[in-house]
Design a protein around this ligand. Sequence first.
Ligand SMILES: [Zn+2]
Length: 210
Amino acid sequence: MKRQIKEEIAAIGRRLYEHDLNGSYGGNFSVRDEEFIYITPSGVPKDELNFSDILVIDFSGNVIEGEGKPSSETLFHIKIYKVRPDVNAIIHAHPPFGTGFAIAHQGIPNNVHEESALILGEVPVIPYEITSSKELAENIGKAIIDHNALLLANHGALTVGDTLEKAFRRMEELENVCKMLTVASLLGGAKPLPHDKFESLLELKKKRGL
Ligand SMILES: [Zn+2]
C-alpha cells in the first residue's frame, strides 16, 4: 500500500490540531485510492499520528493492512465514497466554532460571504444520531449527495474533496465563516449578499468547477 497517502493523512491530523480545528481524540479522516480506503485508527491521538498507524480497509470494512482498529466512524466514510464517486478524501473534525453551530443546530448559509459561497456552499445541519451508528451513516449519505460540507447536530463537522488538501481547505473555511457569523451576530446579524450579485457568483463558481 502507499506510504505517501498514509503520511498525508498523518500530517493532516497535526495540521488540524495546530490550526485549532480539532482536538487530539476527536475526528477521523480518510482517503480513497482505487478500491481501498486509507483511514485513521481508533484511539490514537490525531496530533501524534504516524504513517504506520493508518489502516487500509476495503469497502466492506475489512482491514487489509495495518495494526489496531479502524475509526469507529468507518461506516459513514464508506457510505460517502459509495454515493460520491467524485470524492477522494473526507475530514471529520470537531472545530470549536463549527461545532458550536452544530450544537445550536444552526446551518451556514451560502449567501453571506464570497469565499465561503465559492469553496464551501451551503452547510446544512443533519439530525443527531449516535456516533458510529448505521443511522448516522444513512443521514450523512443522504445529505452529502449535494453538499461538500455538513454540520452533524450536537457532534461536529464534516468536509469532503477530490483531494485531502481540498477537504482541509473546506474545513478551514467552515471554521472561519462560523467565526465571522459569530461576530456578525454580535453586530446585529449577517446580511445576505445582493441577490443578483449572488446569482453571478454562483455562475462563477460553476465556471471554475468549484
Ligand atoms: Zn466526531
